[in-house]
Design a binder for this molecule. Structure first.
Ligand SMILES: Cc1ncc(COP(=O)(O)O)c(C=O)c1O
Length: 489
């Protein structure tokens, strides 16, 4: 016998009209999962314009990215709606260390689901969070032992500046940050992200001091002249700034200055960490350890959203070490959900089992060597090659003043941001003609960012180099003409 409980059920059985407040809601016009998967590019475009960001579509169109619907993704490749395989040298800005859909990550996630494990149990301790925080401490040098889990790089960096602020104390509330920095778009870290592109005219924190990146004298001057400075935040390798780092003596002096002036050093490793440069953390190349660091991107194995702030134990305990202060920044609702944690746990195991950090170092060195050869071959087009491991920048010459007169009217149809920037043209044509995807940089439009998955092989590098060589071999004039033509079509 069934038990009828709801007013709708009772009204249905008795034939009475439902009271207004009890009427069953009709289902809105919802798209189903299967319909979403089957959606074509035209409908995606309409919905993107209607509900997401029409302006962003403008940039996708400029680069030809708007024509692609990714159907599947495996290893180093996206596979689009026509079955075309696109070699991924973009790597989700460093989020795809394992490539797409690594089988061990898929298997761990599937098993977790089949076992009906819990995702959220904020009231209880989580064995998954316990294991992941242990693993992160095990991967981190020194006493970088205390971990806060979140779901993005911005959230990890917010946690980083908060723990530092509390540990530095009320007399040292000021934060030093660098020119061309990128630390995220949430309100706190936006104040130490040095770009009008993101800042717009938002109101920012007023306790910040900007210094030129890698200028140790400017940093020392700031520390010496302002005792209220308690924290300095730097990306160890600036990604959005165009793959820029500083030499080892800089980092060693920075550590010494921080110790001398009682300033906490926060190393943002969201993009350059997690093995990308050939060490787990990029700062490990320099033999120094910061007070606080942050990871995100590949921490989720390219399958989930995971971010972590990792602090030295004494820093963390100063900030949150008593029952009174423990809850000030904990917990986050989605910080360390079950399946996300086990994905990150398995990912860290894969990172070492498959020796992907070593691969980043050796394949990265090979990529740099092959790019240097192209630099020598095309000195009028390529200005600089730089980077470490699989975090590489390729800077083109600025041709805004040198372009033949005949091409100038054509280029004027282009977006302001891309004018005079060969990287936009090269990126668009690499995708259109050679099935290769690369990334751009926020602050230097002449730089292409190469952050392929850490599973990248020498053969993948050869494919990429052959494509770039063939494209650059056309010469600047042909590249610009081809690009402008692509905009007309
Ligand atoms: C160095 C750095 N810090 C912080 C962030 C912010 O990460 P998210 O986009 O996950 O919030 C990024 C993202 O690109 C980054 O590159």
């Amino acid at each position: 016998m069934s038990v009828v409980t709801s007013p709708a059920d009772r009204a249905h059985l008795s034939g009475e009209a439902l009271p207004h407040h009890a009427q069953a809601l009709s289902k809105p016009n919802l798209i189903s999962v299967e319909e979403a998967k089957a959606m074509d590019v035209a409908r995606m475009t309409d919905l993107f314009k209607a509900h997401m960001n029409p302006g962003q579509l403008h940039f996708m169109k400029l680069l030809g990215f708007h024509k692609i619907k990714v159907e599947r993704a495996e290893g180093m490749f996206y596979i689009d709606q026509t079955g075309r395989k696109i070699l991924d040298f973009f790597g989700g800005f460093g989020s795809l260390a394992f490539g797409h859909n690594h089988p061990r990550l898929l298997a761990a996630r599937q098993k977790f689901q089949e076992e009906n494990r819990h995702e959220i149990a904020i009231a209880f301790m989580s064995q998954y969070q316990a294991a992941l925080t242990h693993n992160l401490a095990a991967c981190s040098p020194g006493d970088l032992d205390m971990v806060f889990l979140g779901s993005s790089g911005s959230e990890a960096m917010e946690a980083a500046i908060k723990v530092a602020e509390r540990a530095a104390g009320p007399k040292k509330p000021k934060i030093v940050y660098a020119t061309n920095s990128f630390h995220g778009k949430t309100k706190g870290v936006l104040s130490i992200t040095d770009g009008s592109l993101y800042r717009g005219d938002f109101r920012l924190l007023d306790n910040t001091v900007r210094v030129p990146f890698s200028d140790i004298d400017a940093i020392e001057h700031a520390f010496r002249s302002d005792p209220a400075i308690g924290t300095i935040v730097l990306e160890t390798v600036q990604g959005g700034g165009g793959i820029i780092t500083a030499p080892t003596p800089f980092w060693q002096k920075l550590r010494a200055l921080c110790d001398k002036y009682g300033v906490l050093w926060v190393a943002d490793e969201v993009q350059c960490g997690y093995g990308r440069t050939g060490r787990f953390y990029a700062f490990e190349h320099h033999g120094v350890v910061p007070d606080v660091t942050a990871l995100a991107k590949s921490l989720g194995g390219g399958k989930t959203a995971m971010g972590a702030m990792i602090a030295r134990r004494d820093v963390f305990m100063k900030a949150y070490g008593t029952p009174k202060s423990a809850m000030i920044h904990a917990p986050a609702t989605f910080g360390g959900m079950g399946e996300a944690c086990i994905t990150s746990i398995e990912a860290l195991n894969v990172l070492y089992d498959e020796q992907l950090i070593d691969n980043a170092a050796s394949t990265g060195a090979y990529l740099l060597e092959r790019l240097e050869a192209l630099h020598e071959k095309y000195p009028k087009i390529i200005k600089d090659i730089r980077g470490q491991g699989l975090m590489v920048g390729l800077e083109f010459q600025d041709f805004s003043q040198t372009l033949p007169m005949v091409l100038r009217p054509m280029v004027s149809v282009l977006d302001d941001k891309l004018k005079g920037s060969l990287s936009g043209f090269v990126g668009a044509l690499l995708l259109r003609d050679y099935d290769v995807l690369v990334a751009f940089t926020e602050y230097n439009r002449n730089v292409i960012r190469l952050e392929p998955p850490l599973i990248c092989s020498r053969e993948n590098v050869d494919t990429f180099i052959a494509a770039l060589d063939a494209l650059l071999g056309r010469g600047i004039v042909a590249i610009v003409k081809d690009f402008v033509k692509s905009q007309m079509g």
